[in-house]
Design a binder for this molecule. Sequence first.
Ligand code: SF4
Length: 376
Amino acid sequence: MDVCVILTYRCNSRCSMCYAWQNPTRTEDEISLDTLRKIPSGINYLNLTGGEPTLRKDLLEIVDILYPKAMTFEISSNGLLAERLEPVIKKYPCTKIRFSLEGSEPTNSRIRGEKDGYRKKIEGLLRLKALGGEDIGFGAVIQDDNAGELVELFRLSRKYGLEFATSTLHNGFQFHKNDNVPYDRLKVAGHIGELVTEMLKGFNVKNWFRAYLNLGLMAKVLGQERILKCTAATDFVFIDPWSDVYACNVRPDLKLGNLETQEWDEIMNSPLAEEARAKVDQCTHNCWMVGSAKAAMRHPRFVKIPRAAPLMWVVYNKLKVTFGGTINFKRYLDYSNVPEDKEVSHRKFFLNENVRKRLQRKDEPHYQGFGEFFNR
Ligand code: SF4
């Protein structure tokens, strides 16, 4: 099973596609070390995220507890406080680090409301690599405002020997957002297609499978059904900063239990968990959240190998691209039925903006007042 822990909703970025920073948690309410100890060993993939996880002063203690429990251990960060990850990399160089980088300096600053973020992130990543970090890279949330820079970002990652991950706009409780929809779906999907081709041209096997993951993002952007079925609550769960365990980071109605007050096995075998799995089976969200996509791409029994569908796609299209052919995206995607979004609201950028924050308290009802977190 994969586990993603949202350590905090505090954040020092001001992103246009995630409002966690406008809805910070109180430090004293955030998931404790004792609660984190209840996560069992043998986790396939364990991801620490936020908000911004480096704002947790006890980050190294958290890593000490969780690193030994996972086959792959990742920290997703905005990279503005890269120095706080140096002790982690010195002690655990295999930790996978991903910084959010949305494009060139102006693009990144606009989307993420950051000043000088591009420079800080690249310098930080290179420092972590120089310290011995073995899996260091950055990721972008693909949207109208950066889709045209994707291939450039990929080339930048190759230039510095960094990894490049992608996701796209989603609505979900983790982001406290329900208006993340692309403005021009065909254009954004077209740019992702360019990246897919570029990824298949190289010799890095990881990038070939990332190409398939990006095919899934194209389907999501085009408003189509997922290319692989979701296995939330069976193959992965999310834990929020108040220790509530959810099937995924989108639907707050898929709560399985609370790790502070319950034990792990009790939660996973509870009637609520069964109910959530049944709901996941019927989920109608057009979603390709990275956590759900990665889990769906893996073989259900042999987690180190992919399922047949992604494997066949990769082999076929890698050969095609290698011998000078082009990928026939129409074979996999339906371009004739792209939704027209009449209600698209353009996302506001918060660089230099002063926005009032609404502190979320543990004892208040959560994720209410944002509308329905739906993906279409
Ligand atoms: S498909 Fe549904 S259950 Fe699966 S991650 Fe997306 S919103 Fe959650």
